[in-house]
Design a binder for this molecule. Structure first.
Ligand code: TRP
Length: 356
């Protein structure tokens, strides 16, 4: 009998195509861990509605595009489970119960939530549902009782409250001693393991203008960009350096990209040395190498993605989504049933019928 693998849960909000920030922050780890863990990858489409409730067509299109990006990157639906958030009712229910265990002010202090309010110019006008997504994200995770949550650095502020709420649930409803070590909660009778975040090899990749990489700032390089687009975007990086004999500063944005995408460590060291010394190496040359390295990374994805264009392919994508989601519901329903039992609201079982 094969030993039960530990689980991974992570996901993306379908608000646009995936970019290099997603790749280095989380996607790369997902691919690497696909065999070692039982993986659940969530399309957080309900979360997309929290800031764009008036754009359902766009969210629907992005839902399909995200899955194309995943498949193109190498997520294998035979090995990993793709989950559509809006078809997992247990997540929405769990959100309610967990919301009662998180102080309102604790949710609102979340720095990721705060910077989103600022970056997106939400001002005072954001919906009630917007901050609720932070509680929803705890439910996304805990519904699957994962050991590990691979995310970019910006998501750490969401994982911490998830760990807090898991501890609290275990203490209040499962009678676990609050002094228990995080790793021992399940052994001590808790329902939820305290999940750990796993940040990628580059926690935060800036966009080509040095600000946070984001679709809305128009500074992102997408996994589906053409070689020409990549060249143009990398070319737009400015360093302020004038001549190829000027000593350069290798802590600049361009070298963030060098270190993130040129795979040959010796070549990186050589570029750093020559750039710092002003040893006849222009920014243009470095940019060309960076663009080439990025293109080498995404070219196979672009190719695989091409196989998923057209209406027939879209049908196949929807099938993949629903196959995964049916499987995911079995896991999430089991968690919810146990959570309700722990909360003494187990007045009778239920079975979801998944029409396929
Ligand atoms: N908030 C995440 C993002 O925008 C997406 C997400 C939703 C997520 N639920 C999750 C990530 C659960 C990890 C775990 O990138």
């Amino acid at each position: 009998m094969s030993e039960q693998k530990a689980r991974i849960l992570t996901g993306d909000t379908p608000t646009g195509r995936l970019h290099l920030g997603h790749w280095v922050g989380s996607l790369e780890n997902r691919l690497r861990l696909q065999d070692e863990y039982e993986c659940y990858f969530l399309i957080a489409n309900m979360h997309a509605f929290t800031t764009r409730a008036d754009r359902p067509e766009e969210i629907r299109a992005s839902t399909i595009e995200i899955v194309k990006d995943w498949l193109a990157a190498g997520i294998d639906p035979e090995r990993s489970t793709i989950v559509l958030q809006t078809e997992v009712p247990a997540i929405a229910e769990l959100t309610w119960y967990l919301a009662m265990l998180l102080p309102f002010n604790r949710v609102m202090r979340n720095p990721t939530l705060k910077s989103e309010i600022e970056d997106k110019g939400l001002g005072e006008t954001y919906s009630f549902g917007f901050p609720l997504y932070a509680v929803g994200q705890c439910a996304d995770i805990l519904a699957f009782r994962p050991a590990l949550v691979p995310v970019g650095e910006d998501q750490l502020a969401h994982i911490e409250p998830c760990r807090e709420v898991a501890r609290r649930f275990n203490q209040i409803y499962c009678g676990v001693d609050p002094h228990t070590e995080d790793a021992d909660y399940v052994k001590a009778g808790g329902l939820f393991p305290i999940p750990e975040a796993k940040v990628g090899r580059v926690g935060r990749l800036p966009g080509v203008d040095g600000r946070k990489m984001s679709k809305s700032l128009n500074n992102a390089i997408y996994l589906s960009d053409t070689a020409k687009e990549i060249k143009k975007k990398v070319g737009s990086i400015t360093t302020g350096r004038q001549q190829m004999t000027d000593p350069g500063d290798t802590s600049n944005l361009l070298f963030d990209y060098v270190r993130a995408f040129i795979p040959d460590a010796e070549r990186v060291a050589e570029l750093e040395r020559r750039y710092a010394a002003g040893d006849n190496i222009g920014d243009g040359h470095v940019k060309a190498e960076v663009a080439e390295a990025i293109d080498a990374l995404v070219a196979p994805m672009r190719e695989r993605r091409a196989a998923f264009e057209g209406p027939e392919a879209e049908k196949r994508i929807v099938e993949i989504i629903m196959d995964g989601t049916a499987r995911a519901n079995r896991v999430a329903e089991a968690t919810l049933a146990e959570a309700k039992a722990a909360m003494r609201i187990d007045f009778g079982g239920r079975e979801l019928t998944f029409r396929r």
